[in-house]
Design a protein around this ligand. Structure first.
Ligand SMILES: [Zn+2]
Length: 410
């Protein structure tokens, strides 16, 4: 056997491993014969790869109807072993840390959400993050199972190659080598990405974008971010900054944005723009049910409060939501003409108002994008709501395990 042939043979075996593991994750329980039929691989290849996956504990045998195998059953099914290992998804947000631990069958084992408003400094927040992650790690270690990796989403620009958070305007953080900080402290592989990009991946793999190869995700909250999935892959761009849709210029000489520029989409379509519209209307003397709830303290404004007011047909809330939805729609229409997605997903805290926003967004998109781009597209709320980014943290590790299972085989 020459060297070239052996390399190709190993590469072929890795491709088949990936194919079988992906098929089991998508369609289990399946028998060996069904696996051969679906993948088009011959039975001997399937048997040999299944043996490898079983020996390494990534999959398990079950009975014909998903129950544990019993002696004398005719056909044995296979499925991913939920306890094969665990994924940890993390979001460091403005004022919170969210951590989710998920097993190999993508069942949630634990979910912790903590406010970080009391930890004023970057140092204290990272210290707390490491403490919470160590607790999550201990929980898995008790079960004597591995952690495949930790996927961390942050609200800013990320240098993916170096795992550094370059700039997070809404956190006030700059040049933080988060990947190495967490890897050194926990000794687990870490994947760092922009939170909206991760949320797009989370919705694509586990949520409202499942089955769509081309998808646009727009996350509206404290900032306005997004992620683009093209041909099933997250678009990272040349240096990893793709998807920063919130800083598209939509108004020449517009308001100053947190990024330092003026007239960004975020300044008219983000949560702060919605709050500003409510505040301006009330300050200018318009009467609103909201006034009775916040006692002139506009820091008490929240999306749920504005939604509640809109349900009471409060004009201030309705008008503010209308104007914000129109601006979201204008930006989406432009992006749809560029990307031609099958699905557009609205996520982030603002998705809590999707019942009020989406009808107006759809109207605005219809009026402002090409009809042949709109014809096949559905605009829908995120399936994982505020958990889209942590699910994306899980998805980035999960994708790596399923696409490179060799790394986890002995
Ligand atoms: Zn900006």
């Amino acid at each position: 056997m020459n060297k070239r042939y052996s390399v190709d043979h190993a590469a072929m075996r890795d491709m088949n491993l990936t194919l079988i593991l992906n098929t089991l994750h998508a369609k289990a329980p399946l028998s060996r014969a069904a696996l051969a039929h679906i993948t088009g691989l011959n039975k001997a290849t399937v048997s040999s790869i299944v043996k490898d996956l079983l020996t390494n504990g990534l999959i398990r045998e079950t009975g014909t109807n998903g129950t544990p195998v019993e002696v004398g059953r005719p056909a044995i099914n296979l499925e991913p072993d939920p306890t094969a290992g665990y994924f940890i998804g993390v979001e460091i947000g403005v004022g919170f840390i969210s951590i989710i631990t998920v097993n190999f069958a993508i069942e949630i084992i634990s979910h912790r959400y903590e406010s970080t408003f009391t930890y004023y400094s970057q140092e204290k927040i990272i210290e707390r993050l490491l403490f919470l992650l160590t607790e999550s790690k201990q929980q898995v270690i008790k079960m004597q199972r591995p952690i495949f990796g930790i996927g961390i989403g942050v609200p800013g620009l990320v240098d993916i190659a170096n795992g550094t958070l370059l700039f997070a305007p809404n956190l006030g953080w700059q040049d933080v080598p988060l990947r190495s900080l967490v890897e050194t402290a926990l000794n687990i592989p870490v994947y760092l990405a922009n939170e909206a990009n991760l949320a797009a991946l989370g919705e694509s793999v586990f949520g409202a974008g499942q089955g769509c190869k081309n998808m646009l995700y727009v996350s509206s909250g404290m900032g306005l971010g997004g992620g683009v999935i093209l041909n099933g892959r997250l678009v990272e761009g040349a240096t990893g900054f793709a998807g920063e849709v919130g800083h598209m210029l939509v108004e020449r000489n517009g308001r100053r944005c947190n990024c330092g520029s003026h007239g960004c989409w975020e300044t008219v379509a983000g949560q702060q723009a919605l709050f500003r519209r409510v505040e301006e209307a009330i300050t200018s003397g318009q009467s609103s049910w909201i006034s009775s709830q916040i006692e002139a303290d506009f820091n008490k404004l929240s999306i749920p409060l504005i939604v509640e007011a809109a349900l009471k047909e409060d004009t201030v809330a309705t008008n503010a939501l209308q104007a914000t939805a129109e601006w979201i729609g204008i930006g989406m229409a432009s992006l749809m003409n560029v990307i031609n997605p099958q699905r557009v997903i609205l996520g982030g805290p603002m998705s809590a108002a999707h019942k009020q926003l989406l009808p107006i967004i759809r109207q605005t998109v219809t009026a402002n994008s090409w009809h042949w781009v709109q014809d096949k597209v559905k605009i829908v709320p995120a399936a994982h709501g505020q958990d889209a980014a942590v699910m994306g943290g899980v998805a980035i590790v999960y994708r790596d395990v399923l696409n490179n299972p060799r790394k986890w085989l002995h």
